[in-house]
Write a protein that binds this ligand. Structure first.
Ligand code: E4P
Length: 157
């Protein structure tokens, strides 16, 4: 069995250019196996930010993928939508420290980035950095994430 990160990328039309650039980066990154959930060139109105974010979150929830990097104009809409999927922790993070802590503190499965907010080269760098972090549940951050999971489990059964 491969030990590569099963990564999804996706966007709405406002995040398409960055999604495509980072999809290309990830195809060349031997740490990951990447799947593009769209939107696709030629069909830029083919998906809204909620639809692609919920689709990504549901694939992670179902165990079909490990992580996702999602794009919209700000990164906010895809984060909100992905967070509606039970069990998903998604965040927008546009600086290196937040990208690090989104894994090491929060065990986020989803990073979101805003094409209208940051430059492409920063987005590419942040995506690569994010994939290099691994959450360690034995750290003091572990029980805090557990508390979130337990609360959510109490709601969803
Ligand atoms: O959060 C939403 C995204 O930025 C999206 O790409 C743009 O949404 P809007 O068209 O509703 O502004």
């Amino acid at each position: 069995m491969s030990d590569k990160i099963r990564l999804l990328v996706g966007s709405d039309s406002a995040g398409f250019d960055y999604k495509d650039a980072i999809y290309a980066d990830m195809q060349a990154d031997d740490r990951v196996e990447v799947v593009d959930l769209g939107v696709y060139a030629g069909d830029l109105d083919g998906g809204s930010y909620p639809s692609v974010a919920i689709a990504a979150g549901e694939k992670i929830r179902a165990g079909e993928a490990d992580r996702a990097i999602l794009f919209c104009g700000t990164g906010i809409g895809v984060a909100i939508a992905a967070n509606k999927v039970p069990g998903i922790r998604a965040t927008v993070a546009h600086d290196s420290f937040s990208v690090e802590r989104s894994i090491l503190s929060n065990d986020c499965q989803v990073l979101t980035l805003g094409q209208r907010v940051i430059g492409l080269q920063l987005a590419r760098r942040l995506a690569k950095e994010w994939l290099g972090y691994v959450f360690d549940p034995s750290t003091p951050s572990g029980p805090k994430v557990d508390e979130i999971v337990e609360y959510e489990d109490s709601l969803t059964g």
